[in-house]
Design a protein around this ligand. Structure first.
Ligand code: SF4
Ligand code: SF4
Length: 334
C-alpha cells in the first residue's frame, strides 16, 4: 500500500511553497565488492538490489523540475557494480546539465576501460575511498587487494587523462580512532605524489551502530537538506539510515519534491532547525557533524554557525589527528 503523504502548501497566494533538496543521492546499486569493517553494507537487512532503469529515469525526470545543485548516483554500494553506471551518468549530464555530478568509488573495479569511458562525461568531483595505503591494513579493513586499486589509480591520475575524467579528484581516508599518525602521513604523501586532493575524515557512528568518540552535536545536520533514495525507491532519512528504518516516502509512487516536502521530512527539518535534534530518533544518537545553516532566521543561523565552528575546533572530526590510544613509545635508553 502506498504511504499517504501530506504535502506542505503555501500560506498565501495559492502556490505551493516547496523546499528543494540541495543534493539528491541515488543508490543505483547496493552491491559492493568490498566489505569495509566500518560500513553496514555487509549487514543490510533489506537485501541487495540494482535499481531498475524505469525508476532511475523517473527520478532524474523528477529532478529536472526544480533547480538541483548536486547529484550523486551512489549511496550504500560501489557504483561500478552497476553495469549501467556510465549510461546513467550520461543521462544525468543530458537532463541536468547545470547540476554538479559527484561520484564516490573504492576504485578497485574501476579498471582502465571504465576510466576511459568516464572521459568527457562531465563529472565535477570524483572521490576515491582509499582509506589507507598500507597493504595489510587495506586488506584487513576493506577485504580487497590494494595492488589492483593502486594500478587503477595510477592509470586514473596519469596527467594525460586525469583532468579529462573529472574536474576535481579527491582521495578519501576514513580515520579510525587509533590510526597511527604515520599511516595518515603516508596517505597524505601518496595524494601529494598523485597530485590529488586528500580528505581525511573521522568515523561516524551510523546512528549508534558503530563506536566512535565524537559526541552528538545539537546544531542542524547537513543531511536534512539532501534526499537519499535507496535502490528500491524508498527514501531513507539519510545515508546513515542504511536500511530505511526511518523512511520518508517512496519515489516510485511520489515525486522527489513531494517526498522532500511531506510531513515526515518537514518534521525532521523542524526539529533540527529549532535546536531539538537530540529530541528526535535516530538523530539523538547520531554524531554526523557537518552543519546545515540554511532556511533559518539570521540570529539562529549565527548561533548554529558558532556552535558548529566550536565543535570542529574542539573535536577535529576532519584532517590529520593523533590517535586516541597512541602505541606505547619505546623507553629512552639512558
Ligand atoms: S567500499 Fe564503500 S560501500 Fe563498499 S563496503 Fe566499503 S564503505 Fe561500504
Ligand atoms: S543527525 Fe544523523 S540520523 Fe539524523 S539526519 Fe543527520 S545523519 Fe541522519
Amino acid at each position: 500500500m502506498n504511504m499517504p503523504l501530506k504535502i506542505q502548501k503555501s500560506a498565501g497566494r495559492g502556490k505551493a511553497m516547496l523546499e528543494h533538496p540541495r543534493l539528491v543521492c541515488i543508490e543505483t546499486t547496493n552491491y559492493c565488492n568490498a566489505k569495509c569493517n566500518f560500513c553496514p553494507n555487509e549487514v543490510l537487512e533489506r537485501g541487495k538490489k540494482t535499481m531498475s532503469d524505469d525508476l532511475y529515469e523517473k527520478i532524474i525526470d523528477d529532478c529536472t523540475r526544480f533547480p538541483l545543485r548536486e547529484i550523486e548516483p551512489f549511496m550504500n554500494g560501489e557504483p561500478f557494480m552497476d553495469k549501467q553506471i556510465i549510461p546513467r551518468m550520461e543521462l544525468i549530464r543530458r537532463r541536468l546539465p547545470n547540476t554538479k555530478l559527484r561520484l564516490y568509488t573504492n576504485a578497485n573495479i574501476m579498471f582502465p576501460d571504465k576510466i576511459d569511458q568516464l572521459i568527457g562525461l562531465g563529472i565535477d568531483h570524483l572521490f576515491v575511498s582509499l582509506n589507507t595505503t598500507d597493504p595489510d591494513e587495506y586488506e584487513r579493513v576493506m577485504k580487497i587487494p590494494l595492488q589492483r586499486t593502486l594500478d587503477n589509480l595510477q592509470y586514473l591520475t596519469d596527467p594525460v587523462r586525469k583532468h579529462k575524467v573529472a574536474n576535481k579528484i579527491t582521495f578519501r581516508m576514513a580515520r579510525h580512532k587509533t590510526m597511527p599518525l604515520a599511516e595518515q602521513d603516508d596517505f597524505l604523501e601518496f595524494c601529494k605524489d598523485h597530485k590529488v586532493r586528500p580528505f581525511i575524515v573521522g568515523m561516524f557512528n551510523y546512528k549508534g551502530f558503530i563506536e566512535t568518540p565524537l559526541p552528538v552535536p545539537n546544531y542542524p545536520c547537513a543531511n536534512i537538506t539532501r534526499l537519499d533514495i535507496l535502490s528500491n525507491g524508498k527514501v531513507t532519512l539519510c545515508c546513515m539510515d542504511q536500511d530505511g528504518e526511518y523512511e520518508l516516502g517512496d519515489v516510485s509512487t511520489h515525486s522527489v519534491l513531494e517526498v522532500h516536502n511531506a510531513a515526515r521530512a518537514r518534521e525532521y527539518r523542524e526539529f533540527h532547525r529549532t535546536g531539538r535534534r537530540t529530541e528526535i530518533e535516530p538523530c539523538d544518537v547520531c554524531n554526523v557533524c557537518s552543519p546545515s545553516l540554511s532556511h533559518m532566521p539570521p540570529l539562529k543561523t549565527m548561533r548554529f554557525a558558532l556552535e558548529s565552528r566550536h565543535y570542529f575546533m574542539k573535536h577535529k572530526p576532519r584532517g590529520r589527528k593523533a590517535p586516541l590510544a597512541a602505541p606505547m613509545e619505546a623507553p629512552i635508553a639512558s
